[in-house]
Design a protein around this ligand. Structure first.
Ligand SMILES: Nc1ncnc2c1ncn2[C@@H]1O[C@H](COP(=O)(O)OP(=O)(O)OP(=O)(O)O)[C@@H](O)[C@H]1O
Ligand SMILES: [Mg+2]
Length: 242
């Protein structure tokens, strides 16, 4: 469960309002797709829900835990794949995964089972002993994805996770996202790939200029707007003048 209540964030001393009075509730057991044009406020929202940025106003709860009051407790609950690659480049892939497992206090048997499952799935077995600086963009992305799940978090947050993935890895990721929410966990991801969002998401939210302009099941939203596809709906909603 994720809850935002009247969350606002500005940059540059208030000159840029990146997120404007956002209220949003996402139940467990759902894949939630966060959509919006470039600069709409998706990454800013994600940075606030992961505690990287503090909101100027408003509150955020993860599984009922107030992120501002119990930040460490709240941070234990999620796994995060950012849209950047600020990784420890001199670590090997294996050292990186073990570092994360240590951080989240994951036992030896669980971390081994995790790697046995995910390294073949994302075809990283042969590279995992190499330093991260030798990895390609897609390989780094896959390592971040595997690392983000090492502690089997209740909430899985991903910022544009599909960028740079090859078709097999993209398929594996989509499947994992679907399966992940089955046990009541929540998946929250941002994307520009609307046909994937249409098929994958139980619910979507569309943000434009920092404001949430639509939220609901893709099918229902498309029907209300008489749109044939999520792309049509997105273009209808985001091209309207504020
Ligand atoms: N560090 C920053 N300093 C100043 N302005 C920023 C900063 N980060 C983001 N912004 C501004 O905040 C607004 C929202 O940016 P944000 O990165 O949240 O958008 P986004 O929806 O993730 O876009 P994209 O689809 O391009 O990733 C934009 O106007 C952007 O220029
Ligand atoms: Mg972004």
């Amino acid at each position: 469960m994720i809850r935002f209540e009247n969350v606002t964030k500005s940059y540059a001393g208030g000159a840029v309002k990146a997120v404007d009075d956002l209220s949003l509730e996402i139940d467990g057991g759902k894949v939630f797709g966060f959509l919006g044009p470039n600069g709409a406020g998706k990454t800013t929202t994600i940075k606030m829900m992961t505690g990287i940025l503090n909101p100027d106003a408003g509150k955020i709860w993860l599984e009922g835990i107030d992120l501002d009051r119990d930040p460490i407790e709240a941070k234990r609950l999620f796994g995060f794949v950012p849209d950047t690659f600020e990784m420890f480049e001199r670590l090997t892939g294996l050292e990186y995964l073990n570092f994360l497992a240590d951080l989240y206090r994951v036992g030896n048997a669980e971390r081994k089972a995790h790697m046995d499952k995910y390294l073949p799935l994302y075809e990283l077995e042969s590279a995992i002993g190499q330093q991260i600086r030798s990895f390609s963009h897609g390989m780094k992305q896959k390592l971040q994805i595997i690392g983000s799940l090492i502690h089997q978090p209740r909430i899985w947050i991903l910022d544009e996770p599909m960028v740079g993935l090859d078709p097999a890895s993209m398929h594996a990721l989509k499947q994992e996202m679907r399966e992940y929410c089955e046990s009541g966990k929540t998946v929250f991801f941002s994307t520009h790939v609307l046909d994937v969002a249409e098929r994958l998401c139980d619910e979507i939210g569309i943000i434009r200029k920092g404001k949430l302009i639509a939220q609901g099941e893709p099918e229902a939203l498309m029907k209300t707007d008489r749109a044939e596809t999520l792309e049509d709906l997105f273009l209808n909603l985001t091209e309207k003048e504020a």
